[in-house]
Ligand binder design. Sequence first.
Ligand code: FES
Length: 124
Amino acid sequence: MYTEKVMDHFTNPRNVGEIADANGIGEVGNAKCGDIMRIYLKVDDKDIIQDVKFKTFGCGAAIATSSMVTEMVKGKSLTEALEISNQAVAEALGGLPPVKMHCSNLAADALHEAIKDYMEKKGK
Ligand code: FES
């Protein structure tokens, strides 16, 4: 039911953890299941994402999408990162089963929240 990519990111998630001196943190909860995802960003002066980590208290699909979104944004500008949609994350994983599509909603939303947090802190 899951693609190989989903299984790979679920069993071997990239960028798990926290960034102690993160300058953008985003957290979202999934109303349907109660799962929570937190994304930590380290953004440099040129608005490039130097580092990104995540902590997800959720199902396998939520962990796989978190892992994938961190890989998609590392080294990207905030403008590029803001363009990443939940749909794009699911597609990068080769798709998710329809009943699990709601799980992918966490990934880009948490990323966007973290970017918003960074912007607010910077007064942008
Ligand atoms: Fe909660 Fe997937 S079941 S995020």
